[in-house]
Ligand binder design. Structure first.
Ligand code: RAM
Length: 352
């Protein structure tokens, strides 16, 4: 650890202790300047021994486990030090204390799925002031407080696919409801916005979005919200859950209720959690990407940032191990690839 970096860590720790900094324009621009002043060196060798810490939305979510398993694999390949920490609930401010601890531990890279785009920003900018590279994955933070964002697929692509699956499964018309994660989740909110734009198009004119409910990525709450939707909207045709926790809970409720076969469940789910509901006919189609690949890609992006190979600027290129070459897009976004749709025909080919 260089003297300079130690001093930066100390300053950041003081800022954390004083509870100030990060949110003001001045602080944000100064930390950004520190990070982007050096030019990218595409030939820089990836450093070994990097401390790469993962902070998913919450720990007790099977999706997070799959995501970080890919991260652990990549960190091993990179000969780095892997760590995973996180809260047990996905509430807005639940990650802040973890970020502050990671700063004190002098991690080289923090990979975080933000529970709220803004709540984590002051701490993330303090991390960046301490020369820690910040990579968001799955759920972005405000772009002023991270170096790069690993998006699972394009936000438009995910939102459009959710709207399309809802239309197909409603048979072209009727009431639909969304069962989302937390009300502040960056990723779900962005997908729902795209869905709404799609629903305003003429081909969706017979589809009516009656409610957006929030299960907070908590299994029990999601189950109860699904139940509540059916009680409040007896004509509901489809529940669209853009969250692996929500879709599994909704499918579990519908599969053992009188609504089975009448009300469809679709959205984003893990094949291993959804298999039984596809096989028993509750669910006809849902989508996802391989969450392990997001974690894997994030480690390589973090290592490339920490090694000076990329700065997070649009057009920067790096190679993510077995996933191959990636180019950074607008606003530091790196898109993993297109999502996969799962049906009874292909679900047994997937094991995650
Ligand atoms: C849940 C989480 C996660 C999201 C998936 C689809 O597990 O909300 O952020 O990407 O669903």
């Amino acid at each position: 650890m260089s003297r300079h970096r130690l001093a930066a860590v100390f300053t950041a720790t003081l800022l954390v202790a004083a509870g100030c900094g990060g949110t003001t324009k001045d602080n944000q621009s100064s930390s950004t300047d520190t990070q982007t002043s050096a030019a990218a060196d595409p030939n820089a060798k990836l450093k070994e021994g990097l401390k790469i810490a993962y902070l998913p939305k919450q720990l007790n979510n099977p999706y997070s486990d799959v995501e970080t398993s890919g991260g652990e694999e990549a960190v091993k390949e990179l000969k780095g030090e892997y760590k995973k920490v996180g809260p047990n609930d996905a509430s807005a401010s639940s990650q802040v204390s973890y970020i502050n601890t990671l700063i004190q531990q002098q991690q080289d890279v923090i990979v975080v799925a933000a529970n709220d785009p803004n709540a984590v920003c002051p701490s993330l900018n303090q991390a960046r002031a301490a020369k820690i590279k910040v990579v968001t994955f799955d759920s972005d933070a405000n772009k002023t407080c991270r170096d790069a964002f690993i998006n699972q697929a394009t936000t438009e692509g995910i939102g459009q696919s959710l709207a399309k699956m809802a239309l197909e499964q409603a048979g072209g018309s009727g009431d639909i409801a969304v069962l989302s994660a937390t009300p502040n989740a960056t990723n779900q909110n962005a997908w729902i916005e795209v869905m709404k734009t799609e629903l305003a198009k003429p081909e969706y004119s017979k589809l009516k979005l009656v409610k957006i409910a929030y299960g907070n990525d908590d299994d029990q709450k999601s189950f109860q919200e699904a139940q509540g939707l059916l009680q409040s909207y007896p004509n509901l045709k489809v529940i669209v859950a853009p969250t692996t926790v929500g879709i599994a809970a909704a499918a579990r409720y519908i599969s053992s209720s009188s609504y089975k076969g009448k009300v469809q469940v679709t959205g984003l789910g893990l094949p291993n959690q959804m298999r039984q509901y596809v096989k028993d006919g509750t669910v006809k189609k849902f989508a996802l990407w391989n969450p392990a690949d997001i974690g894997y890609l994030a480690a390589y992006a973090g290592a490339a940032l920490a090694s000076g190979q990329i700065t997070g600027a649009e057009g920067d290129k790096f190679t993510a191990g077995k996933l191959g070459p990636y180019t950074i897009g607008k606003d530091g976004e790196i898109v993993l690839g297109p999502p996969t749709e799962f049906t009874t025909d292909n679900i047994d080919k997937f094991n995650f």
